[in-house]
Design a protein around this ligand. Structure first.
Ligand code: NAD
Ligand code: UDP
Length: 311
């Protein structure tokens, strides 16, 4: 049994990770400022004897004693990370700095939840870890993209300079139950719109692609990466099955049985045209690959949103 800190543990991925770690028998400390996460995500675990939940903002330092740190705290939806971009940068830079300082002091292993966004609007396809990316440092996505890039740099520098034991997970689009109704990302938007009879908002022509990973697969990958010895290089975690946004809309309509129509909205600036992970490294080094196809994952996610919409 280990003492494990999960920052952003009241969020979508974080709450599934907390639950998984408790099931494995660990003691879990969860830190969250509830910006995009919610107490509701952890409500079913609130009396768990091995879980401690602390309201804390990672832009401030904190003294704790732990063996491992999963550092997930950061808004992940473009709508939320662009709401207060300066805060997003602070969260990524100061937050990661503080967690690395903590890891250094207590000799904990630390995993950063990085992102496929560090590849920007990629000129190489599919994206391999060795690709340096194509990021606009001036655009509205850069508070997140560049924030995560600096976070990765901090991880590497603490590793080289202070021998901190690091892991970097480059997470690709992940979905599932416990995404917030107002999350703003494509899977939750489409399901909520389909279920409530609103028009499905297609940004651009819907020909841009993404590769969608179900949350249970992602959590398994995060834990395998954390526990893999010597894996300090970044590892892509995502589902390599690629879909256009239009294909996703059609699937959601078919699975919800909704007859609502599509409405076209402007494509947000710097929206990546194509995205698909090359997961060779994760397969070889972690023995990991996703097992949940998009349709199965959507079928597991739709009832969650149906329940949430009932209020
Ligand atoms: P989320 O918004 O549901 O979760 C983020 C959590 O971090 C929330 O609970 C939020 O309240 C908390 N948080 C934000 N700023 C904080 C701060 N300053 N101090 C303390 N807590 C703070 O998003 P998610 O999808 O669960 O993403 C979790 C992590 O995974 C993020 O770091 C995100 O960048 C990364 N990621 C997610 C995806 C994805 O598709 N879901 C893809 C790539 C990377
Ligand atoms: N998107 C869309 N309609 C929506 C929300 C998103 O067409 O209601 C598109 C968006 O432009 C992008 C893709 O879906 O091309 C994925 O967007 P999301 O915000 O989920 O994640 P990210 O752009 O960070 O991959």
């Amino acid at each position: 049994m280990a003492r494990i800190l999960v920052t952003g543990g009241a969020g979508f991925i974080g709450s599934h990770l907390v639950e998984f770690l408790l099931q494995q028998g660990h003691e879990v400390l969860c830190l969250d400022n509830y910006f995009t996460g919610s107490k509701e995500n952890l409500m079913h675990l609130r009396d768990h004897p091995r879980l401690e939940i602390i309201r804390h903002d990672v832009v401030n330092p904190i003294m704790l004693e732990v063996d491992q740190i999963f550092h997930l705290a950061c808004p992940a939806s473009p709508v939320h990370y662009q709401y207060n971009p300066v805060k997003t940068i602070k969260t990524n830079v100061l937050g990661t700095l503080h967690m690395l300082g903590l890891a250094k002091r207590v000799k904990a292993r630390i995993l950063l939840a990085s992102t496929s966004e560090i590849y920007g609007d990629p000129l190489e396809h599919p994206q391999q870890e060795k690709y340096w990316g194509n990021v606009n440092c001036l655009g509205p996505r850069s508070c997140y993209d560049e924030g995560k890039r600096v976070a990765e740099t901090l991880m590497m520098d603490y590793h080289r300079q202070n021998r901190v034991d690091i892991r970097i997970a480059r997470i690709f689009n992940t979905y599932g139950p416990r995404m917030a109704l107002n999350d703003g990302r494509v899977v939750s938007n489409f399901i909520v719109q389909a279920l409530s009879g609103q028009e499905i908002t297609i940004y651009g022509k819907g020909q841009q692609t993404r590769s969608f990973c179900y949350v249970s697969d992602l959590v398994e990958g995060l834990v395998r990466l954390m526990n893999c010895e010597g894996q300090t290089e970044p590892v892509n975690l995502g589902n390599p099955e690629e879909f256009t946004i239009m294909e996703l809309a059609r699937k959601v309509l078919a699975l919800t049985g909704s007859t609502t129509s599509l409405v076209y909205k402007p494509l947000p600036p710097d929206d990546p045209v194509r995205r698909r992970p090359d997961i060779t490294r994760a397969k070889e080094r972690l023995g990991w690959q996703p097992t949940v196809p998009l349709e199965t994952g959507l079928k597991a996610t739709i009832p969650y949103f149906a329940e949430k919409l009932k209020g």
